[in-house]
Design a protein around this ligand. Structure first.
Ligand SMILES: Cc1ncc(C[n+]2csc(CCOP(=O)(O)OP(=O)(O)O)c2C)c(N)n1
Ligand code: SF4
Ligand SMILES: [Mg+2]
Length: 296
């Protein structure tokens, strides 16, 4: 995130609540993530006047309404593209996207790699409840085959995808994972993600007690284990190994919770600035000159 947006205000987590109360079902995990987000924004002193949160469509994608910030509730799966444009148009803004497993990895799946590989200076929080909640319970790319949803009454025919491996493969520069039942850990990882310069991705398991009856809060509590202290988050190979689901050993079938990977790397804005500098740039750079320069 842009450093220009950090340490600007002194606000409590409550001060980041908008006048719109969350409309989620009682017991929805999304509440825990929202509380983590309020706390992270407060601890970093992010100025709501310089904060933009985009979302797609889904229960999770309603989150921006509940936060004091600028916001855009975009088309289903397109929030990351809108955030990318927002960030590039005004790099001094703090830009975030929030949304669900369906929004990000089904219809929005084509956008995810590009935010990561371009290292857009923004934070993406994925509310992973393994189901389409808003549309009343369809199988998603992170659903377990055991899930009997409306579209899969006999269980699912596919293996779930692994969001961490996906993001590491496309070279996201900050990758973390949390569980909504641990709002303090959510807050800490969101905070680090916001403070990170470059593309930060945080996958957060979040129970949907209304439509996903197998991924309960207790299921997630048993599923996660804390990232071992000797894990080196600057080592991408080690991060990939950690993200891989094991079939044997003490962590068989479990998933890590904590910081998986972090690396400093130039953002797309940094690289664009280099182009501008190379053509003797001014802030009002001439795109034609840039195109001419890149010709052999
Ligand atoms: C173009 C388009 N296709 C389909 C839909 C229907 N739709 C709305 S939300 C959603 C999935 C939501 O699931 P997820 O992103 O996981 O969010 P959750 O509700 O679980 O938080 C779908 C398929 C839509 N609104 N627009
Ligand atoms: S349907 Fe599920 S995801 Fe949506 S608000 Fe209710 S519990 Fe949360
Ligand atoms: Mg979902």
């Amino acid at each position: 995130m842009s450093v220009a947006a950090l340490n600007k205000v002194e606000m409590t987590p409550k001060d980041y609540k908008s006048e719109v109360p969350p409309v989620w079902c009682p017991g929805c995990g999304h509440f825990g993530i929202l509380n983590g987000l309020y706390r992270a924004l407060s601890e970093l002193g992010v100025d709501p006047d310089n904060l933009v949160i985009t979302s797609g469509i889904g229960c999770s994608s309603r989150t921006p309404y509940f936060v004091d910030s600028y916001k855009m509730h975009t088309l289903h799966g397109r929030a990351g593209a809108v955030a990318t444009g927002t960030q590039l148009a005004n790099p001094d803004l703090a830009v975030m996207t929030v949304g669900g497993d369906g929004d990000g990895f089904s219809i929005g799946g084509g956008h995810m790699p590009h935010m990561a590989r371009k290292n857009i200076n923004m934070t993406y929080i994925l509310f992973d409840n393994g189901i389409y909640g808003l549309t009343k319970g369809q199988y998603s790319p992170t659903s377990r085959p055991e899930l009997k949803a409306y579209t899969t009454p006999y269980g699912g025919p596919e293996e779930p995808m692994n969001p961490l491996l996906y993001m590491l493969t496309y070279k996201a520069t900050y990758v973390a994972q949390a569980f909504a039942g641990k709002p303090r850990i959510c807050a800490e990882l969101i905070k680090q993600g916001i403070a990170h310069k470059g593309f930060s991705f945080i996958n957060i398991y979040s129970q949907c007690p209304t439509f996903n009856l197998i991924d309960t809060i207790q299921y997630y509590r048993d599923l996660v284990y804390e990232v071992p202290e000797d894990h080196d988050p600057s080592n991408r190979g080690a991060a990939i190994e950690l993200a891989r689901r094991k079939e044997t050993g003490p962590t068989a079938g479990k998933v890590p919770m904590g910081l998986i990977y972090q690396k400093e790397a130039p953002t797309l804005c940094d690289k664009m600035q280099e182009f501008v500098d190379n053509v003797g740039g001014t802030p009002d750079y001439d795109l034609n000159k840039i195109i001419d320069l890149s010709r052999p």
